[in-house]
Ligand binder design. Structure first.
Ligand code: GLC
Ligand code: GLC
Length: 808
């Protein structure tokens, strides 16, 4: 059974039933104000920081699931229902949720009444705007009581869920006109408040949760709604909410629209009060006036659509397969932008109170949006670099509001520094902005200790070299990309986090993956060194990469594939000598991407072993065999039941490395086949197995050792978005910015015969036609009518339009 379908022309995914296996969500907002919204209007909104500035309350892990949202209730002559199905759950004659780019529209129809709610965060506004359209399609007049509902979070989301002795006495509201103001803690150190208003006069309102629901009643049958009578309650402590009552009559055929605004406002500290004890509402009134008519909402939606249209025009494809086109042209890029904005903070699997911005995660996320928003990529790059320590190591995470490194998690993940090179290389190749390399950036945010960005990269590169182990491979530290391969941790205490607990001192545990990453980064590093005026450093880098390559082949090769690591005792990890965990995906993908073992044939053997041992219908497993018991010397990886998470699931982040590696060997059929196995638009065909949103990647898909093989978990905020984007757009379709020009080097399966790619890069437009009919020994390239050697199209000046034709 399908739960929906793609509407490509509208760039929407359309969900046709409330009963998806899991809430299928979308994101509203792209600047400072964000909302998460499920297909039945669950979720919450926040200003900038989902932990410190949460506007509305949401209950994770609740029964029933997905409890809390911005809800509407209708009382139609005693018949109570919700246009978004939840929270009443009354059966609908028609249900439809359209998740679009930055907005969601949910429509419910019951007994001839159609109610459609559009939710969006307009650009430049710190608010969710909801347009509720009601249409009477029946042949009799209808008199309705309409109620809105939002429950306020007392700002600090963690405190809100834990500190009841204080919080239950804090809640304060004001009501003015048709708006409810949430002003808890405004009397003391907060200069911000929330509001929820509507553009019509009220029949009544409620701001006290218990008054609205009634004693011991649930979301589905609030007393106020059932009785059709608001209580005009004023919250005092307990749980402040906002609910508007609006009474209306619709003649047969009549339609009306209402506009609700759920927003955030801040006042300067000396202008907090309108008069003693009354909050200054000037910014709120201005916000309400901006969205006071349906026409203003239409304009905001048109503006949002235009924004996305423009963004997505930087890369698009037309192929024989609509599933390819919708992943490339719409959903993969959209997910990359959401992931850039939110890192790993707030989703239906990330609570918004846990992790800050990951150093390695943010560097890799940049690969997925740098072509869309180069200025924001530049800013991000400099922010990340500022959390590096003088010795080249880095904080593992930093806080989005302060941009400071996070002391609680600390450092010691030895792959982190190298990802900065990956990100900087991607940025400069995309934009040509070499000035960034000379830009001063502090170490550890200390203005007294500053170096150029290139100096940061130099310390990143040398950090690996300064921290080699007994075989000459990089030391792993706390872990490398696989956060759970904790070779120095030896934790036996269930309450200590693997990521932060004191590690054993030891300089033996080494990572073949980091060695591969080092070699992979070296060409970009060398090119940046040359650009920044350090040709000797560029030379030296090439030498270091060659030595590391030799070291990997000498000590990181197991005979049929690359080893994963050496543990604290110098024992092999990821070897055929191991009882479990004999082969791992990460070093195979990364080493071959780096070119290690390509001339020797080792690369091909390694990828063949991946296909044979790790390949499944649901993607490539992290390792095999899965660990069946806990090994303190390996750490968290062995803490998970077999087939889940880092213990042998399909980790969608690491799969694209193998796709790219296959392209490196020219094996387009395999690359595409791996891509297809995990691409959401293809997994849409098995929704009961996959279960999560068919329009975005999830972090993982349960592996074959798990009882629920093929089931996805942790959708939206994952490095899978950026790396799958790199694999499909730059390697399979093969259009990627390099130092000397735009490389057009597709590596395609036979089934994609004719393609057109449109790529904007450095201000010029490239129209690329690819004919894939295996007519020539090596591809022929024709640029503006002239054949050229090789596959690199020199960069054209801004404004130019370049016609490229590739005959395969
Ligand atoms: C999570 C982390 C990422 C890590 C991966 C593998 O996705 O965010 O940093 O690389 O897990 O452990
Ligand atoms: C856990 C997860 C891993 C994630 C890490 C972040 O170890 O398994 O995926 O990267 O937490 O703290």
């Amino acid at each position: 059974m399908r739960f929906g379908f793609f509407d490509d022309a509208a760039r929407e995914y359309v969900i046709t039933t409330p009963f998806t296996p899991h809430p299928w969500i979308n994101y509203l907002g792209s600047e400072d104000f964000f909302g998460l919204i499920s297909h039945t209007a669950g979720g919450y909104s926040f200003y900038r920081d989902p932990r410190m500035r949460r506007l509305t309350r949401y209950r994770y892990n609740n029964v029933p699931t997905d409890a809390g949202g911005r809800y509407y209730y209708l009382n139609d002559g005693g018949d109570v229902w919700s246009p978004t199905w939840a929270p009443v759950g009354a059966p609908l004659d028609r249900f439809e949720c359209r998740h679009g780019l930055g907005y969601t529209t949910i429509t419910g129809e019951r007994n001839g009444l159609v109610a459609e709610v559009l939710y969006l965060v307009p650009r430049g506004a710190d608010a969710e705007v909801h347009r509720l359209r009601l249409r009477n399609q029946s042949d009799r007049p209808r008199s309705l009581h309409l109620f809105s509902f939002a429950e306020f979070s007392l700002w600090n989301a963690l405190d809100d869920q834990t500190n009841y002795q204080r919080n239950l006495s804090l809640g304060e509201v004001e009501v003015e006109g048709s708006a409810v103001y949430h002003v808890t803690e405004y009397r003391e150190r907060r200069n911000h408040y929330a509001l929820y208003g509507v553009n019509v006069p009220l029949a009544g309102f409620d701001t006290d949760r218990e008054a609205f629901f009634g004693l011991r009643r649930g979301w589905d049958q609030p007393q106020v709604v059932v009785e059709g009578r608001a209580r005009n309650s004023l919250a005092s402590g307990w749980a402040p909410i906002a609910s508007h009552q609006i009474d209306l009559t619709l003649e047969p055929g009549e339609e009306t629209s209402l506009v609700f605004v759920l927003g955030y406002c801040e006042n300067p500290p000396d202008q907090k009060w309108e008069r003693p004890g009354v909050v200054e509402k000037a910014p709120a009134r201005a916000l309400l006036a901006r969205f006071a008519t349906p026409g203003q909402v239409d304009a905001a939606l048109a503006d949002l659509r235009g924004y996305w249209e423009d963004l997505l025009s930087h890369y698009s494809v037309r192929s024989d397969d609509p599933r390819v086109d919708r992943m490339v042209n719409i959903w993969n890029q959209y997910q990359c932008v959401v992931t850039f904005s939110l890192s790993r903070s707030a989703s239906y699997f990330e609570s918004g109170i846990g992790r800050g911005m990951g150093f390695r995660d943010s560097c890799q996320d940049l690969l997925g949006f740098v072509h869309l928003m180069p200025e924001r990529a530049r800013e991000r790059l400099l922010d990340i670099a500022a959390t590096q320590f003088p010795d080249g190591s880095t904080y593992h995470q930093y806080q989005p509001l302060t941009k400071r490194g996070n002391h609680e998690v600390g450092s010691g993940f030895n792959d982190d520094p190298l990802w900065l090179i990956e990100a900087a290389g991607a940025y400069v190749r995309e934009t040509g902005d070499v000035s960034v390399l000379g830009t001063p950036v502090p170490f550890d945010n200390d203005p007294a200790d500053t170096g150029t960005l290139f100096e940061h990269l130099r310390r990143s590169f040398h950090y690996s070299l300064d921290n080699l182990g007994p075989h000459g491979l990089p030391l792993i530290g706390r872990a490398d990309w696989n956060d759970c391969l904790n070779l120095n941790c030896f934790s036996t205490e269930p309450n200590e986090p693997f990521q932060t607990t004191a590690n054993r001192a030891g300089r033996t545990a080494e990572s073949v993956f980091i060695a591969g990453l080092f070699v992979h980064c070296a060409p970009d590093y060398a090119a940046m060194a040359r650009t920044a005026g350090f040709p000797e450093e560029a030379e030296a880098a090439a030498g270091h990469a060659a030595r590391m390559t030799a070291t990997v082949l000498a000590h990181g090769w197991d005979g049929e594939w690359f080893l994963r690591a050496y543990d604290y005792f110098g024992e092999k990890v990821g070897s055929r000598e191991c009882a479990e965990g004999q082969i791992f995906i990460e070093p195979q993908g990364m080493c071959v991407m780096a070119g290690i073992g390509v001339p020797e044939g080792a690369a091909e053997r390694a990828l063949d072993a991946v296909g044979a041992r790790l390949g499944t219908a649901h993607g490539i497993l992290l390792h095999q065999p899965a660990y069946t018991r806990y090994h303190p010397e390996l750490g968290e990886i062995t803490s998970y039941p077999p087939g889940y998470k880092e213990n042998a699931s399909v980790f969608c982040h690491a799969n694209p490395w193998v796709m790219i590696a296959e392209c490196r060997l020219g094996r387009g059929e395999r690359a595409f086949d791996y891509w297809r196995r995990i691409a959401p638009a293809f997994r849409e065909e098995i929704p009961e197995v996959h279960r999560l949103e068919p329009y975005v990647y999830a972090q993982m898909i349960a592996g074959r050792d798990a009882p629920r093989e093929g089931e996805a978990k942790n959708s939206w905020l994952t490095g899978a978005a950026a790396w799958n984007w790199v694999a499909i757009s730059q390697h399979i379709l093969g259009v990627r910015p390099e130092w000397g020009g735009l490389r057009v080097s597709p590596c395609l399966p036979a089934q994609l015969r004719g393609l057109e790619v449109v790529r904007r890069c450095r201000g010029a437009l490239y129209r690329i036609t690819i004919e894939n009919r295996a007519r020539h020994q090596s591809p022929r390239m024709i640029v503006n009518g002239h054949p050229i050697e090789g596959s690199v199209v020199p960069y054209a000046p801004p404004g130019a339009v370049v016609a490229v034709r590739v005959e395969m």
